[in-house]
Design a protein around this ligand. Sequence first.
Ligand code: ZN
Length: 276
Amino acid sequence: MATEIKDFSKLCVHTLTTKPWNIETCIKKYSAAGIQAITIWRNVLENKNLKEVKSILDDYGMTVVSLARGGFFPSVDTVKRQDAIDDNLWAIEQASAVGAPSIVLVCGADGRQSLEKSREQIAEGIVHILPLAQSSDVKLSIEPLHPMYAGDRSAINTIKQANDMVEMINSDWVGVAVDVYHLWWDPSLRTEIIRCAGMNKLFAFHVCDWNIPTTDLLNDRGLMGDGCINVPEIRSWVEDAGFSGFNEVEIFSDKYWAMDQNQYLEKIKRAYLTKT
Ligand code: ZN
């Protein structure tokens, strides 16, 4: 049984959830709505002075949960693999500058090679950036993505694959981000959540819902309660396993982005209290 959520102390909103807002607006609006935690997508940091962003975050007492996203390591092209490493090193510096203790990794895949080969390159990429992550005090969270993205976005598609990889890499700085959208269908989800938490590798928990029908593979996620995912049940598994971090609302939705974002934020808060 999931415990009831009574307040917003564990609510974190991803900036991409309210995509029409820039970083300053996200910080001000979340704070005014009583939301004290934020996961920052890198698009809102483009051409920004990171020191200024950090000082606004501090002024509003906003906790940065994570930076999204790094990854995209695999490619048949050596130059692209090196570009990805460089981009991930820059992401670690950005995370450090805005006070994000972790980076979410959308690990990547290249359909021109096998999934096994892509997974090898993901592990190599992570090991490559690990020293800077460690010295910068920034953790790396592997986020398994739904198998519909196996061709181009992630060769890591189940929590078991993510657990296997973090177990192999065996670093306190590399763990797993569990996102209900990607993992809700997996019959071994509960077992692998317990395994993940048992290794102290359960770094993040993302919530949203799976719409029926889903009309767009990327930008038709639902708000909790809109679709078929039993979010409270999965949250109870994560919490029973010992996770005490934030519940991060991460919704890519053309439908919700078209709404007045102030009203949408209120809807998120209601769905968070009653359907999460
Ligand atoms: Zn996610």
